[in-house]
Design a protein around this ligand. Structure first.
Ligand code: AMP
Length: 306
């Protein structure tokens, strides 16, 4: 596995790979890797010839500087895990190179970011969309892999790629969970033993809502209440939001259907956990789920001859 820090070298590496007729799969991460990240790498491995994973703890997506400082890091272990999954390149750019001194360009995706994590984390999605756009320009991938765990983020990236005609295919990968249902997250490491035992209530609550829907309930309020009842069984949990939204717009839904996503953010102590359940996937686990309208494929007109 190559470890590349230099942006120009990364661009040149991908250019050479693609000139040679091979495809590049890209997995952007903030490190402190767990099996959820590795699932993205494995998926990239099956779909692309060369796999690039990046580790970059992006300062501009933390609306709280203390959260950035507390973000866990373990470079050595991350490199070993990526190597064990046959990653070809670990790309670790320096913050000073990613954000040149007077950088003044950002990418903002409106609408999709008005709900859920948007209002409570001002600037977060702008930071994400900007750094992902920059990383795409550095890595030059054919496909990029993102987790459904951060579903709003995934939809923001899909929309940005569609709207700016970025030549990369976005692949969403289902959430990897611990055996008790807790979504894997780098933040789980900061839970106390007691909090860790309580945390699976989040996934139980999401399932309670889907069960209510399967049993015939389709009023959003009632579906959400089924989850809320389960969450309220753990009084240490402080719910930031629990909302049923339409996956295509991220706007609140009045009735549940197969485009619904129930998303939750909650604090256990000072650890903020997010999770969601896609109704379409809960009903048909292997179904592909995109929920982002594609552009029509443009015509190519042959003009003259060579
Ligand atoms: P992060 O390092 O938290 O920025 O995450 C990097 C990528 O891994 C993002 O696309 C996440 O959605 C994805 N990811 C994080 N946790 C999981 C998980 N439990 N299952 C699947 N993907 C995940």
């Amino acid at each position: 596995m190559k470890i590349i820090a230099n942006i120009a070298k990364m661009q040149e590496f991908s250019r050479q790979v693609r000139l040679g007729g091979l495809s590049v799969g890209f997995v952007p991460t903030m490190g402190y890797l767990h099996d959820g990240h590795l699932e993205l790498v494995r998926r990239a491995r099956t779909e692309c010839d060369v796999v690039v994973a990046s580790i970059f703890v992006n300062p501009t997506q933390f609306n709280n500087p203390a959260d950035f400082d507390k973000y866990p890091r373990n470079d050595q272990r991350d490199a070993e895990l990526l190597l064990s999954e046959r990653t070809d390149v670990l790309f670790k750019p320096h913050a000073d190179d990613v954000y040149v001194g007077d950088a003044s360009t950002t990418v903002a995706v409106s609408g999709l970011t008005d709900s859920l994590c948007g209002p409570g984390r001002p600037g977060h999605f702008e930071g994400v969309a900007t750094v992902v756009t920059a990383l795409f320009n550095m890595v030059g991938a054919d496909k990029a892999f993102f987790g459904e765990k951060d579903f709003q983020q995934l939809q923001v990236i899909r929309r940005m790629v569609r709207d700016l005609h970025v030549p990369v295919e976005i692949v969403g990968v289902p959430t990897r969970r611990e055996s008790d249902g807790l979504a894997m997250s780098s933040r789980n490491a900061r839970l106390t033993e007691g909090q860790r035992k309580l945390a699976p209530v989040i996934y139980r609550a999401l399932n309670a809502a889907v069960d209510a829907y399967i049993e015939g309930e389709d009023e959003a309020v009632a579906v959400v209440d089924a989850a809320r009842a389960e969450l309220s069984s753990v009084e240490e949990l402080e719910v930031e939001y629990l909302e049923l939204v339409d996956a295509r717009t991220m706007k609140p839904a009045e009735t549940a259907d197969e485009n619904s996503v129930l998303a939750v953010a909650a604090l256990l102590g000072d650890v903020r956990l997010i999770d969601n359940i896609l109704f379409a996937r809960a009903l048909a686990p292997d179904a592909a789920f995109d929920a982002c309208e594609a552009h029509a494929v443009p015509d190519v007109i042959e003009y003259g001859s060579h």
